[in-house]
Design a protein around this ligand. Structure first.
Ligand SMILES: *[C@@H]1O[C@H](CO)[C@@H](O)[C@H](O)[C@H]1NC(C)=O
Length: 385
């Protein structure tokens, strides 16, 4: 009885906090078409109590997976898993200049990209041996291209789904940097329907870079947060401390960033919908943020247009107060946030590192990095066929 009362109180608290933050930051004139999915306006109270249920015969665990850093669903419905095989990110993997110290030991000998049947988990595709050193982010665009970041190589790769060949490589292998042709441990890619893409860069740079579909640098935004600052003034709305995951919300023309160490999600203009008359590139104007005490370190975000919801997972924190590891959904049309956890016996998230949904929003997948690499699958009750 007590836990359910707590749950309700907590929900009210986070909702109140979220609305305040949203009200502070929200600039309706920046947003295109604020409520394109009218059907979601109904059945509010009832919907709040429903939680996604764990899919039968999941989670997926298999000794052949190394640390699972990312997951993404292909337009065909196949789930792809990006794992690190026999490589592990250790304390001494990088030196103080962010140079990976084990390049001479060679690339991961195992295939790092595994395609599995979204119903059975059976492996259908495998690719990517002897190429990657510390793969981090996997994104699959609308055309089915794979986008992979490697924090050890400091590079971003676009992989053609037909040939399974690298079609584009950005950054210089093994060389960290902060200019237009280098990254420093880039974490994630988000690809717009017109092919324009954004790179979160990353563990050591505090920026998001916008590229043309061909890979030309267009612009960057974001600046370093001041950790441990005693200043009472709020940190600038474009400050980032490990942009760890990206989500494009094209119907609002927003690019959202999981700002991991600042424990919030910030959304900026993406500059896709509105082109200036002189065709100059814009992006990176702060629009809104999602933050509340339970969110803690935000490891990954994913936006599903079919539901107009932003999903997130948090990770183990360094603070003394332990925040529960949870899965969050933010309804952008109702300014509403929910949090939940797998409830089945033995279903415990250990180090959630990525979240993704099937394109229609029916299934939610969560990847636990380690110590037992796991992919969870949930059936989304918000989904209406
Ligand atoms: C890190 O390693 C690279 C190459 O191994 C080296 O050039 C650089 O000086 C090292 N940086 C530090 C701080 O040790």
């Amino acid at each position: 009885m007590a836990p359910s009362v707590l749950k309700v109180i907590w929900k009210v608290l986070i909702l109140a906090r979220f609305c305040v933050l949203l009200a502070d930051a929200y600039q309706p004139n920046e947003v295109q078409d604020p409520s394109p999915y009218g059907s979601l306006e109904q059945d509010s109270a009832e919907q709040q109590e429903r939680k996604p249920s764990q899919a039968n015969s999941w989670p997926l665990r298999d000794d052949s997976y190394g640390d699972i850093s990312s997951i993404a669903v292909h337009p065909t419905g196949e789930l792809f898993i990006l794992h690190r095989g026999s490589h592990m990110w250790r304390e001494d993997s990088f030196n103080a200049s962010n140079v990976y110290q084990e390049l001479d030991k060679g690339a991961i000998p195992e295939d790092v990209l595994i395609g599995v049947d979204s119903e059975t988990g059976e492996k259908h595709h495998h690719w990517g041996r002897n190429r990657f050193y510390m793969p981090h982010g996997l994104t699959i665009d609308e055309k089915g291209n794979f986008w992979i970041t490697d924090v050890a190589l400091h590079q971003v790769f676009k992989v053609d789904p037909e040939q399974l060949e690298v079609a584009m490589a950005l950054g210089e292998a093994g060389v960290p940097g902060a200019d237009k042709t280098h990254f420093c441990k880039p974490t994630d890619v988000a690809v717009a329907s017109d092919g324009t893409f954004f790179v979160a860069d990353g563990y050591c740079n505090s920026r998001v870079i916008k590229f043309s579909p061909k890979g030309d640098f267009l612009l960057q935004f974001g600046r370093a947060s001041q950790p441990g600052s005693l200043s009472l003034s709020p940190s600038p709305s474009d400050s980032l401390n490990i942009p760890h995951s990206l989500a494009l919300v094209e119907n609002y023309d927003l690019i959202c960033v999981a700002n991991r160490e600042d424990e919030k999600i910030q959304c900026f203009t993406a500059g896709l919908a509105v082109r200036k008359p002189d065709d100059t590139e814009t992006a990176g104007k702060f629009v809104l943020q999602v933050a509340h005490p339970q969110l803690s370190r935000v490891f990954a975000i994913h936006y599903t247009p079919a539901l107009n919801k932003l999903y997130a997972v948090n990770g183990v924190g360094f603070s003394l107060q332990d925040k529960p590891l949870q899965i969050f959904s933010v309804d952008l049309s109702k300014n509403d946030i929910q949090a939940w956890n797998p409830e089945e016996e033995g279903a415990i998230l250990s180090s959630p590192h990525d979240i993704t949904l099937s394109p229609n929003g029916q299934y939610i997948y969560v990847a636990d990095l380690a110590p037992r690499p796991t992919v969870w699958k949930f059936v989304n009750d918000d989904f209406k066929a």
